[in-house]
Design a protein around this ligand. Structure first.
Ligand code: H79
Length: 441
């Protein structure tokens, strides 16, 4: 027990320490709260890699030299892209924000950049700025827009010294890293100047330069100058939330913390071992099959039930859920994803009240499920539970009444200092996704 409390104390101290020297503005703090209330977002991985339908790492995986990869943009002509259809799909799924790749690791900009011609407007037959169309449509439909921007770059010769990935792609063994950082900051300036209010910047690829120091996992071989980039973003748009998928404890200037394919505190992927859970707003991201970028051979579709349960678990862990689609090269989203998202939206229409605007807890996550809370309500989400009765730990404060959220039938409560026993009006159906008990406190 003492060891445990020491552990918690040190976790708390280190996350507090990680944020020293950064004072978020009032509008940033308000945006954080709205972000936490929003709970559910759409992640979009789309780029010229989508053409090869083997995911967004294909350049590195197949060791395609820059010179050859540069042939791809000429084939990219997403004539079926319809910003309105994408945003409506997200909205109907119950999502409140979209996070799209402005530039992935391949270095190709999906918008009209002026500091490079390696972008969708200058190099593709399509010639249109899809981020602009999406930004306009998001604003029209009241959905926030975030940009995923890769720190590492497999295309720029100035991304040198190279990191753990993208080693053998035919680039010269020289380059000016500071020039690269200026280029990246200038591209970010474009994104935060020309597309209206931006909800956040979602960085990825910091780990490419990680030093691999076990004693200090936050050490990098090169200085990313995060302070410079972060203060630039906050100066351009104070309410823009910065998150960085570096898998270590947050750095000063970051406004939310994400976990890739893991709930906060878990480490199923192996990426999250050093990701201490901070006090910042949290987010977890997942794929609908196994791929981020379009992969025609990936049929491991997660069921609607699994994805809804993941969303509920995320909320119970006090985290948002960012659910990914990889659109096809013609600009459409594959029908399997559209169908599942529609079904999730129906569930959210009925049950969103127990998710939106809540915070995780007060009952810690168990095998049977999780809890969420809002105002004087506690929602007990029973995800995996075969009986009519369920014991949960004691809560601070007395429960005034309890009922099933779905049909308001009363749930019998017996409370003692040891805990609470909930007795349902009936046993749950075998295929129940989430039996929600609403407690009035
Ligand atoms: O954009 C999607 C992926 O392309 C990207 N993040 C999601 C949101 C991603 N990049 N890498 N990964 C996911 C897997 C990361 C693997 C890592 Fe490593 C393990 C990074 C550091 C250790 C592989 C091995 C890369 C460097 C060493």
């Amino acid at each position: 027990m003492r060891i445990l409390s020491l552990l918690f104390a040190s976790l708390f101290l280190s996350s507090a320490w990680a944020q020293t020297g950064y004072q978020p503005t009032a509008e940033n703090l308000t945006a954080r709260k709205t972000f936490q209330d929003d709970k559910f977002g759409l992640f979009i991985h789309w780029g010229v890699y989508s053409l090869l339908s083997s995911g967004e790492w294909v350049m590195n995986d197949r060791q395609i030299p820059v010179h050859d990869y540069e042939k791809l943009p000429a084939f990219f002509n997403p004539t079926a892209f319809d910003a309105k259809a994408w945003v409506s799909m997200a909205k109907n799924a119950g999502m409140k924000y979209i996070t799209i790749t402005s530039k992935h690791h391949d270095g190709f900009a999906m918008y009209d950049s002026k500091v490079s011609d390696y972008d969708i407007v200058d190099r593709t037959p399509y010639k249109k700025d899809v981020l602009k169309a999406l930004a306009d449509e998001c604003r029209a439909q009241g959905i926030k827009l975030f940009f995923y921007h890769s720190h590492l770059d497999w295309h720029s010769p100035d991304y040198y010294p190279r990191g753990r990935t993208g080693q053998n792609l035919g680039r010269p063994d020289s380059g000016d890293f500071n020039k690269y950082l200026t280029y990246m900051d200038t591209q970010l300036t474009e994104l935060l100047t020309n597309y209206g209010p931006i909800g956040g910047i979602w960085f990825d690829g910091w780990w490419d330069q990680q030093a691999g120091d076990k004693a200090d996992p936050r050490k990098t071989k090169l200085d990313w100058h995060l302070d410079r980039t972060y203060s630039l973003i906050h100066k351009l748009q104070p309410a823009t939330l910065i998150g960085n998928n570096h898998h270590v404890a947050p750095f000063p200037g970051e406004d939310f913390q994400m976990f890739e394919k893991d709930l906060p505190g878990q480490n199923k992927t192996g990426f999250s071992a050093e990701s201490e859970v901070s006090q910042l707003p949290l987010e977890t991201c997942e794929t609908m099959n196994g791929a981020w970028g379009f992969n025609i051979n990936d049929r491991k579709y997660k069921s609607t039930k699994d994805l809804i349960q993941y969303l509920v678990k995320a909320a119970g862990h006090n985290a948002n859920f960012l659910l990914n689609v990889g659109p096809m090269p013609d600009g459409r989203i594959q029908p399997e994803f559209v169908k599942t998202l529609g079904e999730m939206g129906q569930w959210m229409q009925q049950n969103g009240e127990t998710i939106y605007g809540t915070r995780g807890g007060p009952v810690a996550a168990h095998d049977w499920g999780v809890s969420t809370a809002k105002g004087n309500k506690v929602y007990v989400h029973i995800l995996n539970w075969p009986d009519k009765q369920l014991s949960i730990p004691a809560l601070s404060g007395k429960i005034k009444s309890a009922r099933l959220f779905a049909d308001k039938r009363p749930v019998k409560i017996s409370q003692s200092a040891e805990g609470i026993v909930l007795t349902m009006p009936a046993a749950p159906a075998d295929d129940a996704i989430d039996t929600i008990v609403e407690l009035d406190m």
